[in-house]
Design a protein around this ligand. Structure first.
Ligand code: HEM
Length: 373
């Protein structure tokens, strides 16, 4: 998949080069939050859905609007008496993303939702849901037809899904594609965005990272086999993900009574692992827990804090992130290429406002001033 990373990152650099050439003052401003969403969206479309790249962009737009509306709906006041179905996607979203909604569920009362009332928002949610489903259905149908006619199963996720699973599980394919469209790009965009913000605040670390990148790759495009030589960049990305974990909390629903350490948890309880709080816990990270200090990762992740499991931006265990290496490789390639070409500083119009939406995002965007090197 590395050629896709290099191509998409190369296109981003070319686009920025053009903006630099057009910048009369020698510098120009960009909202990197939207730039990186488009970069990571491009990468996941190419690698997971290679054959349907253009439609992928449309699915992203629809998904983005849908998650925004669903989050709004989670925060809205519900009309008592209207229960939601166990597999209601909105309730699932609410369980995933809104501690406010989670609370009543923990205390045993069913979560209710006014999603059946045909308000303008609910109608739009239904429309977006159906539109995404039908686009994915069509992508799957076309891919199946192509494979039946003898087309090779390409190295993309959709091809593999169809090749290795039964046709009767189409709805399952659709769900998997949908998950990948979302989870396969936004958290990486978030990581890159906060990394750029932090590097634009801490010029000493920006310089250190650039020196390392130039030492390892010179001005050549990064060779994926040598990414492991990027020690400073790795420390930096770890520290960014400690301070700004893209996924702020992890949730588990207890299906049967279980004993965890010294605690017995009854069936039916939802358990929350608040990643963001644990990543900022002074008892684990020391008095500078809220400060940016990549040095703490200089001896590796296990020695960074007092508890060796306290750093878990990608979750852990059998349901941990499947795309961890994919994401880190993508982030390292993008950062390397940016550092090779441009220097950056925060724009006066940037307002630091991390916001827990579906991921931990910059509420008002991330405006950065760039200069060519
Ligand atoms: C910086 C980027 C990323 C972060 C921080 C991240 C984080 C996470 C987290 C916290 C989970 C849930 C783990 C749990 O519940 O214990 C997860 C699950 C998952 N991630 Fe990622 N992720 C990232 C990028 C990606 C990418 C690029 C892909 C795909 C290419 C991906 C695919 C998945 C999948 C498929 C799951 C579900 C695994 C399962 O339920 O078995 N992720 N990710």
């Amino acid at each position: 998949m590395s050629p896709a990373f290099l191509t998409s990152c190369g296109q981003l650099i070319k686009r920025w080069d053009k903006q630099q050439a057009a910048a009369s003052k020698g510098y120009w401003e960009l909202d990197v939050w939207s730039e990186f969403r488009s970069l990571t969206g491009d990468v996941i479309s190419k690698t997971a859905f290679e054959s349907c790249h253009e439609e992928g962009k449309r699915v992203f737009q629809l998904q983005e609007e849908l998650s925004f509306l669903a989050l709004e709906a989670c925060k809205a006041i519900y009309v008592p008496g209207i229960r939601c179905h166990e597999y209601d996607p909105i309730r699932k979203l609410s369980l995933l993303f809104s501690p406010l909604i989670l609370k009543p569920y923990i205390h045993g009362s069913p979560v209710r939702h006014s999603r059946y009332i045909p308000t303008r928002r609910n109608r739009r949610i239904t429309y977006l849901n159906n539109e995404i489903k039908s686009m994915l259905r069509e992508q799957i149908r076309r891919k199946e037809a192509a494979i039946e006619k003898g087309a090779s199963v390409k190295d993309d996720l959709l091809g593999f899904l169809l090749h290795f699973t039964r046709r009767s599980r189409r709805h399952h394919h659709r769900r998997q594609c949908r998950l990948f469209y979302f989870i396969g790009h936004e958290p990486t965009a978030v990581t890159l965005t906060w990394a750029m913000v932090i590097l634009s605040m801490h010029h000493d670390w920006q310089q250190k990272a650039r020196e390392e990148v130039l030492q390892v790759f010179g001005s050549n495009p990064p060779d994926v086999h040598n990414l492991s030589h990027l020690k400073i960049v790795t420390m930096l990305l770890n520290e960014v993900q400690r301070l700004y974990p893209p996924v702020g909390s992890l949730y588990r629903h207890v299906r049967q009574r279980v004993k965890l350490g010294g605690i017995t948890i009854p069936r039916g309880v939802d358990v929350v692992a608040p990643v963001i709080y644990i990543h900022h816990d002074r008892e684990i990270w020391g008095e500078d827990a809220d400060e940016f200090n990549p040095e703490r990762f200089s001896q590796g992740i296990s020695k960074a804090g007092k508890e060796h499991n306290a750093f878990f931006p990608f979750g852990w265990g059998p349901r941990g992130c499947l795309g961890q290496h994919f994401a880190m490789m993508e982030a390292k390639i993008a950062l390397t290429m940016i550092l090779q070409h441009f220097s950056s500083e925060l724009s006066p119009s940037y307002a630091h406002a991390p916001y827990i939406g579906v991921t931990l995002q910059p509420q008002y965007g991330a405006q950065i001033i760039f200069r060519g090197l």
